[in-house]
Ligand binder design. Structure first.
Ligand SMILES: NC(=O)c1ccc[n+]([C@@H]2O[C@H](COP(=O)([O-])OP(=O)(O)OC[C@H]3O[C@@H](n4cnc5c(N)ncnc54)[C@H](OP(=O)(O)O)[C@@H]3O)[C@@H](O)[C@H]2O)c1
Length: 261
């Protein structure tokens, strides 16, 4: 049996990916830390798609070795033919605000370390079989500096560059690598990262998790390199290379400031 493995399957985009994959008839392995939320989602998908196998694995990807343990556990259930590397977190605040250090360490562990190791394990297994799809959930943030969210932006820039590089390494193996780059999307991410009260959130239109995940899922199935969702983000990603980094940082610092409401 071949499964689609979705990380971060209790959050806004992860749940939407699970529904998008189920609609396309994919058997699922859903993972995150919140076992009760995973079980509820699995039950809902089984009720809607009784023919599908839906498994859950509880995993804290911020822990050392968690990505390997997750991949090994998933491998006991069947082959993974699609990996959706979606789990991620961020934090609002300056790097010098040392209270944020533990959360930033978790961001690096989940957004970079675990995502890289899952991608490596998937790439090894899939290229040996000559087929597979990897969808890495990056962000429009990957393309611009993010003062007051510096670590998060840097993790997404890392994931974007990793994906662009590994895609070339996997060329001709039958394995595709797609990045999804959403801008602000209505999920729990912003409350969780303490970004809700920023000018960015007040001024930018918010995307809808279902449409963003569907666009990413469709792009991955089509083997596209990168999917950017939402017109402001398409504009930002297309034009940022023509703007000096210092100007982008200046503008983003203002967008990322709290509104003081
Ligand atoms: N929302 C946006 O505007 C936006 C824009 C661009 C990119 N993204 C990216 O989209 C992805 C999904 O985010 P979202 O918007 O759906 O946010 P979300 O609702 O906060 O979901 C985040 C998911 O990550 C999981 N997660 C967090 N820490 C984890 C850990 N230590 N181990 C395992 N899983 C963990 C959470 O599950 P548990 O808490 O149950 O572990 C949850 O399922 C992230 O990579 C994010 O960076 C979001």
């Amino acid at each position: 049996m071949a499964f689609t493995l979705i990380t971060g399957a209790t959050g806004g985009l992860g749940v939407a990916f699970a529904h998008a994959a189920a609609r396309d008839g994919h058997d699922l392995i859903l993972t995150a830390r919140d076992g009760a939320a995973l079980a509820t989602l699995a039950d809902a998908i089984r009720a809607e798609h009784p023919a599908l196998a839906v498994e859950v694995i509880v995993s804290d990807l911020a822990q050392a070795g968690a990505a390997d343990a997750l991949w090994d556990h998933a491998g006991t259930l069947g082959e993974i033919d699609v990996l959706v590397n979606n789990a991620g977190l961020g934090r609002h605040g300056a790097l010098t605000d040392t209270d944020g250090a533990p959360r930033e360490a978790a961001s690096i562990a989940v957004n970079i370390t675990a995502a890289t190791q899952l991608m490596r394990r998937a790439a090894v297994a899939m290229s040996a079989r000559g087929a597979g799809r990897i969808l890495n959930v990056s962000s429009a943030a990957a393309f611009v500096p993010g003062p007051n969210m510096a670590v998060y932006h840097a993790t997404k820039a890392y994931l974007q560059m990793l994906s662009d590089s590994v895609r070339a390494e996997l060329s001709g193996t039958g394995v595709t690598v797609t990045t999804l780059c959403p801008g602000a999307t209505r999920t729990g991410f912003f409350e969780d990262a303490d970004v809700s009260e920023t000018w960015l959130m007040r001024l930018l239109p918010m995307g809808d998790a279902t449409s963003v995940a569907r666009a990413g899922w469709r792009g991955m199935i089509a083997g596209r390199k990168t999917v950017v969702t939402g017109w402001p983000n398409i504009l930002i990603v297309a034009t940022q290379r023509f703007v000096p980094r210092a100007w982008l940082a200046w503008a983003m610092q203002r967008f990322m400031a709290k509104t003081g409401r």
